[in-house]
Design a protein around this ligand. Sequence first.
Ligand code: S3P
Length: 176
Amino acid sequence: MSRPVIFLGYMGAGKTTVGKAFAQDTGKRFYDLDWYIETRMHRTVRQIFDESGEEGFRRIERNMLHEVAEFENVVVSCGGGTPCFFDNIGYMNSRAETVYLKATPEVLFEHLKMGRTVRPLLLGKSPEEVRVFVREQLEKREPFYNQARHTFDVSLLDSFDKIKSTVASLREMLGM
Ligand code: S3P
C-alpha cells in the first residue's frame, strides 16, 4: 500500500482542484482536510473559528490530520495553515509524500479575489488589505511550506488542460 500524498500551500493555490484531479487520475481516495473536519465535527470551519477561535480550530485540525494521514491509498489537500502549526509538517513528512503547490502572492490574490468561499482569515478585509495580508503571511509561512518533500509551481494553472498536464507532471515527479 502506498503512502498518502499530501498537497499543501497557501489559500487559493488550487490544493483542492489539483488534489481531486490527482486522486481521480491515480485511482486513490481524495480527502480535503477542511471538508473532513466539517464532516467529523458537524460544524463548518467558519463556525469552529467563531465558537472555538483559531486556537481551537488548530487543535482540531491537527487531530483530524492525524486521522486522514493514517488512511491508505489517499490523496489529502490540507488547509493553508496546516503545515505551520505544532509539528504538523514534520509529521506529514514522516507519513506521506508532501507536495508544496507554490504560487506567487499576485496569483494567490487573484484566485482569492475570485473565490466565493468564505475564508475566516480574510473576512471583513478590503481587496487591498487582502493583498497585503497574503504577501506578509506567505512570507511567514513559506519556511514551513518549503519543508515539503517536493515543490511544484502552479502559478500558471488556470485551465482544465493545464490541470491535466499538472497531474501528469506530478505523477512523474512522484514516480506514480
Ligand atoms: C486557512 C486555510 C483554509 C482553512 C482555514 C484556515 C489558513 O483552507 O483551513 O480557513 O490558515 O490558511 P484553504 O487553504 O483550503 O482555503
